[in-house]
Design a protein around this ligand. Sequence first.
Ligand code: MG
Length: 170
Amino acid sequence: MNIRVGQGFDVHRFSDDPGRRLVLGGVLFEGEPGLEGHSDADAIAHAVTDALLGAAGLGDIGQLFPDTDPALAGADSLRLLEEAVRQVHEAGWRTGNVDCTVVLEAPKLAPRKAEIQRVLSEVVGAPVTVKGKRAERLGAIGRREGIACFAVAILFAVPDPSEPLGSDHP
Ligand code: MG
């Protein structure tokens, strides 16, 4: 089989620490409460990373980047995603596209959506699309206790992984 699909999910609760910054899809939301986590708690970047790793059969983000690793405290999750993409490529896979659904009540994603898609697409090397969805006041996300993200990724095998990136995109 030369096409594989992967799914990713992540959730982070909002932090009580006023020093935490909100980063979603590599984009900083100035003045918004941050999420709790060992890294920068970028739930979108984490879900995308897991979707890609899952599709390639390379495990998950927790295996690759343990949250017990002091070197990863406050880590920029885009750099973690970058490393996952590198490993996926090394294993002989290229990304077709990634699609994400972010579940949140606030802040509004729409004004920053294009920017998030641009940043993630650049790191992944393929189109990444993002949709914002409210939880309609249901459950923890609906009570604005956190933000969740679902992602799916499709990969295709390349005959020669040493080929330059981009040359074989469909
Ligand atoms: Mg996470």
